[in-house]
Design a protein around this ligand. Structure first.
Ligand code: MTE
Length: 324
């Protein structure tokens, strides 16, 4: 992401969420769903498979998942050697080479809390969660606000499947998704002027759209750390910064969440951030994109090519700043 000057958006360290308040380890409901808070004991009973090193999730046996043919591409899949070597993950640095630093991300054990305005809040070990959800592979485009793009085979499950489990109450209008907060594990989080933890948000209608996908793997195997292991979001009709990585908390709220980039620079990064080639970023055009791994620039598509599936979500919201 391009930030012109730190001064304009510096926030005091005291404004960042304190770690203790961030993760409330209460045991949550879910027994009726068979989703009572669980340990990783079950998952650790079997021998590790290749690719399941110490500290990696022990889920490689779930891959590759069956591809859902409904999600097709207009371009070749980006080779992994390019997409896995050009990443945005500010917890591990502000350049694109985050792979070495992201080795410090320990994804086992990993707990995900789902809470807020819901009937059935619960907290669950990642490995138990992924084994309960309907995994499938989808080919998605990904368009970064910096005007580069890739096309990847994500594996995961619809966010709507999780929403159905927790049953939001009538007051819940938004879903807030947050990355872990651990300065020891992520040196970038020691930089006080960022509003850690990385936070993103969707309306409930967006979160339950078919395209909103919680990602656990890519290229037919569990997520590599630099992609945001063990659990990230993919909302391909929005700029890539909405696709929050390494999620450990999902909260249903009545208020629109303040997102990481919006808190930093609201004039440049808004809540909605839908892709639109006709609406430039304040400092550069969004008309075209550089395709990772090629020397091509191609025209950017409205809603990144997913208008048919999502344009209806924004009827009646035309007065909002939908595209920045
Ligand atoms: N999530 C976290 N926690 N931290 C980040 O810095 N960067 C975002 C998004 N999710 C980011 C994040 C941005 S700007 C983009 S473009 C995508 O992750 C990049 O995903 P990729 O590295 O898998 O291509």
């Amino acid at each position: 992401m391009h930030i012109r000057s730190r001064r304009s958006w510096e926030i005091p360290e005291s404004a960042a969420t304190p770690e203790s308040a961030f993760f409330d380890r209460r045991t949550l409901l879910g027994g009726a769903l068979g989703l009572a808070a669980t340990t990783l004991a079950g998952a650790s009973a079997r021998a590790a498979l290749p690719g399941e090193g110490t500290g990696a999730t022990r889920t490689a046996d779930l891959y590759p998942a069956k591809r859902n043919g409904a999600y097709t591409l207009d371009r070749p899949v980006t080779e992994e050697r390019y997409s896995a070597d050009y990443n945005n993950f500010y917890e591990y640095g502000t350049n694109k080479t985050v792979t070495p630093g992201s080795n410090a991300l320990k994804v086992q054990p990993w707990t995900v809390a789902i809470d807020g305005l819901v009937e059935n809040p619960f907290e669950i070990g990642f490995e138990d969660l992924v084994r309960k959800m309907p995994l499938e592979e989808r080919l998605y485009r990904h368009r970064c606000v910096e005007a580069w793009s890739m096309a990847v085979p994500w594996t995961g499950f619809p966010l709507a499947a999780l929403v159905a489990l927790v049953k939001p109450s009538a007051d819940a209008k938004y879903v807030r998704l947050q990355t872990f907060f651990d300065k020891g594990m992520a040196p970038g989080q020691r930089q006080f002027f960022y509003p850690w933890p990385y936070t993103e948000g969707l309306t409930l209608a967006e979160a339950t759209n078919d395209l909103a996908f919680l990602v656990t793997g890519v290229y037919g195997k569990p997520l590599l750390n630099q992609f945001g292991a063990p659990l990230r979001l993919a909302v391909p009709w929005k700029y890539g910064f909405k696709s929050v990585k390494s999620i450990n908390r999902i909260t249903f709220t009545a208020e629109r969440p303040k997102t990481f980039w919006e808190a930093l620079q609201p004039s440049e990064y808004g809540f909605w951030a839908n892709v639109n080639p006709a609406v430039p970023h304040p400092r550069w055009s969004q008309a075209t994109e550089r395709v990772l791994g090629t020397d091509q620039r191609v025209p950017t598509l409205l809603y990144n090519g997913y208008a048919e599936q999502v344009a209806g979500l924004y009827k009646g919201l035309e007065k909002e700043r939908l595209f920045v």
